[in-house]
Write a protein that binds this ligand. Structure first.
Ligand code: ZN
Length: 312
């Protein structure tokens, strides 16, 4: 299957990071992602600079990019003001979001889900007037840290509301890594039958080690679009110290091993992950960047021979 990978590390990954990544480095990392074959990048968020100082340079990042043919650059637009800024800066796609659970939506944006939807309708109209695409992200689609399981019908209802607002590209987000393959099957099944003409992306977090098996479940359902974060950057505010976003190079490596196509060069992607690690100055969760590809063999004399006791 030909798959589309959206890199979200420069937004979802670094937005809560204590280390400020300089604008020139953000632009350089995105160019390196393009060079590695990534064709969809969520580059920043047009939030208030006071709220997220890490993304204070949203305009400069978007304007500084040299996009290869066929590439799409998206940015989060949390409100109409942010949407105006993103459109002026020249994004190809706006990402609008809400949570499937009322309590998470209140905690996240201090609004009822219905109020978030009204704001999204307004942004969708604005985007349509400027021929800019919109992606609707539904957070906590596979579980809410305050309410537990979110009924699949609730997620499907929100998907229908997005569709009614003209949003035909949806992302289901596993914000705190509560998804399991069985839940992914139920929720995606319900959403796919509710909005059969919409394109669906999945955004998993590896908080409980389930991200890759959830991708496998998505693939089994025929879903062809996945979001991920280079080097696995991005934590989760509700589970301190826990791993956040699924790691892009680990996921792409897995997808290739399953025989799928992404158009991405894993070795170059791993190079970008190591560069991100250098910039943030600490060890990041990605695994392939530690172990190297499985094709990399080691000389036998590089490890000591075990004591002369035959093992079973
Ligand atoms: Zn995420």
């Amino acid at each position: 299957m030909k798959l589309i990978i959206t890199e979200v590390g420069l937004r979802d990954g670094i937005q809560n990071d204590a280390v400020f990544v300089p604008t020139a480095d953000k632009i350089r990392l995105i160019q390196q992602l393009f060079d590695a074959g990534v064709r969809s990048v969520e580059a920043t968020s047009f939030v208030s600079p006071q709220a997220v100082p890490q993304l204070v340079d949203a305009e400069d990042v978007i304007r500084g990019l040299r996009k290869p043919a066929g590439a799409s650059v998206s940015a989060l637009a949390p409100n109409v003001r942010g949407a105006h800024r993103a459109i002026r800066a020249g994004v190809d796609e706006l990402v609008v979001f809400l949570s499937a659970s009322e309590s998470h939506n209140r905690k996240n944006v201090n609004r009822a889900v219905s109020d978030s939807l009204k704001g999204i309708e307004e942004i969708a109209e604005l985007a349509a007037a400027h021929s800019v695409k919109v992606r609707g992200a539904i957070a906590t689609a596979f579980g809410c840290p305050f309410e537990g399981d979110v009924p699949p019908q609730v997620v499907a209802g929100i998907a229908r509301a997005f569709r009614a607002a003209g949003v035909t590209h949806l992302t289901l987000g596993d914000t705190t890594g509560m998804g399991t393959p069985a839940i992914v099957r139920r929720v995606c099944g319900e959403v796919l039958s509710a909005v059969s003409d919409a394109a669906l992306s999945l955004h998993f977090h590896n908080t409980r080690g389930m991200a890759m098996v959830n991708v496998a479940e998505g693939l089994a359902l025929g879903i062809a679009e996945y979001e991920s974060s280079i080097a696995g950057i991005g934590g989760c505010p509700f589970a301190p110290g826990a791993t956040g976003n699924i790691c892009t190079e680990d996921m792409v490596n897995y997808l290739h091993e399953c025989g799928h196509e992404t158009g991405i060069d894993v070795a170059r992607l791993t190079g970008v992950a190591l560069e991100m690690e250098r910039l943030l100055g600490r060890t990041l969760p990605g695994q392939l960047m530690r172990a190297g590809p499985r094709s990399r063999l080691h000389p036998m004399d590089s490890v000591r021979t075990a004591a002369a006791q035959p093992t079973a």
